[in-house]
Write a protein that binds this ligand. Structure first.
Ligand SMILES: Nc1nc2[nH]c(I)nc2c(=O)[nH]1
Length: 263
């Protein structure tokens, strides 16, 4: 498999060719339940299948779209990934972060990483959006290869978080914890997450954020709490209910993204 940076440049070249857009400015990765938010971002000027770009795996989860849209918003070209490759799909870390690296190679200076996740606060009912203030990467791996000691303090842009709170002052913040998945957590693991300072649990985002920082992108992370974390309600977790809650709230999130992204 070719060197990640070369693979990203090749994917960016084909992207420009297929969309007719030479350079993109902001990338958005739309996670579980966020797809309804996409239309609020603006009119797509081009849409291609992610799998048509070199280095991308076909989406393993049906309904995740698996599409890539180029959207004009104000004076910016947005690169919108409808779905992502998850670590639990077993394609390796390079595949998980190839989208972020391709976005950087396509000219983006900012990436918005969204996801659906479990929440550890009772007040975060399903459908609550939470800004990611920091993360804990429990995947025991990194997208960075070799002795490249990348700094990840302030990884989640204080500037963009302040901008979001200016637009939506009720937005809470939290620490996002990525588990490898695909199984959910046990109640004991959720007690551990609480003990180590986590507020949100998911199966994406942290590896992408690290790769984004390595590529010099400004990062904004927004989680959509679609369920209370395991053991908090005494009920088993049902993935369908979880996604439904996300869909209901994502439209409101589309307005937030639509207001934040052009700025
Ligand atoms: N790890 C983890 N990932 C998730 N994704 C969604 I949607 N809900 C959860 C959850 O409760 N835990």
């Amino acid at each position: 498999m070719s060197i990640p940076a070369e693979a990203a440049s090749e994917a960016a070249r084909v992207l420009a060719e297929k969309t007719g857009v030479e350079r993109h400015d902001v990338a958005l990765v739309m996670g579980s339940g966020w797809l309804p938010a996409v239309d609020a971002l603006g009119e797509a000027t081009a849409e291609i299948a992610i799998a048509d770009l070199p280095g991308f795996a076909a989406p393993s989860v049906a309904g995740h779209g698996g599409k890539l849209r180029s959207v004009r918003a104000g004076d910016k070209n947005l690169l919108v990934f409808l779905g992502r490759t998850h670590f639990y799909e077993g394609h390796g870390v390079r595949a998980v972060v190839h989208g972020v690296r391709t976005a950087a190679a396509a000219g983006c200076s900012t990436v918005v990483l969204t996801n659906g996740c479990g929440g550890l606060k009772e007040t975060w009912s399903p459908g609550t959006p939470v800004l990611i203030s920091d993360h804990i990467n429990l995947t025991a791996t990194s997208p960075i290869e070799g002795a490249n000691f990348v700094d990840v303090t302030d990884l989640y842009s204080p500037r963009l978080r302040a901008l979001c709170r200016e637009i939506e002052p009720t937005l809470d913040e939290g620490v996002y914890v990525q588990f490898p998945g695909p199984h959910y957590e046990t109640p004991a693991e959720i007690r551990m997450v609480r003990a180590i300072g986590g507020d949100l649990v998911g199966m994406s985002t942290t590896l992408e954020a690290i790769a984004a920082r390595e590529a010099g992108l400004e990062v904004l992370g927004i989680s959509l709490v679609t369920n209370l974390a395991a053991g908090m309600t005494g009920e088993p977790l049902n993935h369908e209910e979880v996604l439904e809650a996300g869909r209901a709230a994502a439209t409101r999130m589309g307005e937030l993204l639509g207001a934040v992204v052009p700025r």
